[in-house]
Design a protein around this ligand. Structure first.
Ligand code: AMP
Ligand code: MG
Length: 487
């Protein structure tokens, strides 16, 4: 266990130089205080969880203090936003404080979001509000607990500093951890500004730091692109399988590591709805739930374009072609497991699609349905769940197919089936209304609810006594909360 002043820094990205990032100091927020910290994320830095309660913790992550070895940098990148190229984005309100090594030899970027203005702030104030900081914190740690690759969140620090959005709010900072903060948009920036040497330096850095095994391949860049395609196919399969809607899949919000990155107006589905649009500002539904699959491919094509100086167009095209079949294989595999199936049959995809259509038509809660399907034997579970459907006849027909399909798996011990299914079907997910309740309390200065919700979501597959209300469907007011990009 380490104390805060014992972290070991090695700022590899900063050493790439001023063409890649700019030195900027954090601007402190007034009266910094701990809102919530993640013991699991602190363990990644070998930090004793008790240090979160010390004043110096809030000072460090509220921008008042800095380690002597930290080298705060605002990164430069661009990207495609809602399909259009934006030539200059960059860290407008976040800073890479430095890279820290843990005892296992892993390195973690310390990124402070909401740290004030930078040369890339454009018209923005460089701040993040408490509301969005809490949402990013909870989502990062909840996705991680669901085994969905994601950046992590160490803590949220609240403050008295006023910020103006639609109304006056308070500034906060989130400390984000990731093995890398390089985005698709980093490669796009150097490609579109026609700086091949810098693009090569970036490529070599990313290969050496994050894809060392690709350096042993005859074409390292191609091997890396293939790996990125594979990771994205798997990531998006997990989003779709668990009902996670990212909301702003711009290429500047896509991690080169294929992990969930940059949380804005995201949402988990309550009722199953393939057409769900979680971002209130997304008028066309470009980033609707089901569009995440083709948009994943669109984003990879944008990255492929930026990699044309290194890889032949034919090889890029062929590698991009892997995305959809890989996605489909991962998705079907995950959904078979969620349905409690351990073997594969040709008609499983149809069985699944039919179920999703029935859920869509009846507005059935996606998470709870799958959890309850494992509670009892297939026969008893479908008999109990049929009441949730408007089209009962349609569901009964599906239920018969499902029971027969489950029977073809052979004799299964129900106790084992439940354990196996509950291990992949969470009881607790970050429903928007739960986040909203925690945010309302935190805005009033009470952080107990954020902390409780974080604790519940850290163990999403295990029933927790006394926490029944966190597993409920949203109340009417909580069903259609409008979450915009403003954060
Ligand atoms: P996001 O929608 O959070 O992914 O941000 C898109 C771009 O806008 C990034 O370059 C951010 O750094 C920048 N940005 C977002 N909010 C602010 C803000 N309040 N001040 C400065 N820049 C911002
Ligand atoms: Mg972003």
């Amino acid at each position: 266990m380490k104390a805060l002043d014992e972290l070991t820094f090695d700022n590899r990205f900063a050493r790439l130089g001023d063409a890649f990032s700019t030195h900027v100091l954090p601007e402190p927020i007034a009266a910094p205080r701990l809102v919530v910290a993640s013991p699991a994320a602190m363990a990644l830095l070998d930090l004793d969880p008790a240090v979160a309660e010390t004043p110096v913790f809030a000072e460090l992550f509220g921008g008042h203090k800095l380690w002597a070895e930290a080298e705060p940098r605002a990164m430069i990148y661009s990207g495609h936003q809602f399909g259009s190229y934006n030539p200059q984005l960059g860290d407008g309100r976040g800073l890479l404080l430095g890279e820290v090594y843990n005892e296992a030899g892993e390195h973690w970027d310390l990124h402070l979001k909401g740290a004030g203005q930078t040369p890339y702030s454009r018209m923005g104030d460089g701040r993040a509000v408490l509301r969005s900081s809490i949402r990013e914190f909870l989502a990062s740690e909840a996705l991680n607990a669901l085994n969905i690759p994601t950046t992590r969140a160490l803590c949220v620090i609240g403050s008295d500093t006023p910020v103006w959005r639609e109304k006056q709010e308070r500034a906060a900072m989130v400390l984000r951890l990731s093995p890398s903060h390089v985005r698709f948009g980093h490669f796009e920036y150097f490609y579109y500004t026609k700086r091949p040497e810098q693009q090569k330096a970036l490529g070599e850095h990313v290969l050496a730091m994050h894809f060392p095994e690709c350096l042993e391949q005859p074409e390292p860049y191609l091997a890396m692109f293939r790996e990125i395609v594979e990771r994205n196919a798997e990531l998006i399969a997990k989003w779709q399988a668990y009902g996670f809607c990212h909301g702003v899949m711009n290429t500047d919000n896509m991690s080169i590591l294929g992990i969930t990155f940059d949380f804005g107006p995201f949402a988990f589905l309550d009722d199953f709805d393939a057409n769900f649009i979680c971002n209130h500002s997304d008028d066309q539904g470009r980033y609707s739930f089901s569009n995440q699959v083709p948009i994943g491919q669109w984003n990879l094509s944008a990255l492929a374009q930026a990699l044309t100086p290194f890889i032949s167009v034919d090889a890029l095209r062929e590698t991009l072609g892997l995305y959809l079949p890989l996605y489909q294989a991962h998705y079907l595999d995950l959904m078979r497991r969620r349905l409690g199936l351990t073997t594969a049959e040709d008609d499983d995809q149809k069985l699944l699609e039919r179920l999703l259509q029935l859920m869509q038509n009846s507005g059935v809660d996606y998470t709870l349905f799958l959890r309850r399907l494992g509670d009892e034997s297939p026969e008893l579970a479908v008999a109990r769940l049929r009441d949730d459907f408007v089209d009962i006849k349609g569901f009964d027909a599906w239920g018969e197919l499902y029971v027969a399909r489950a029977a073809r798996e052979g004799v299964v011990d129900q106790e084992q089936r439940r354990t196996r299914m509950h291990a992949v079907n969470p009881l607790y997910i970050l429903r928007n209304y739960l986040a909203q309740k925690a945010i309302d309390a935190a805005e009033g200065g009470d952080y107990a609810e954020v902390r409780r919700l974080h604790a519940v979501l850290s163990n999403p597959f295990t029933e927790q006594p006394g926490m029944e209300s966190y597993a409920e469907r949203p109340p009417e007011w909580g069903k259609h909360l409008e979450i915009s990009c403003s954060s």
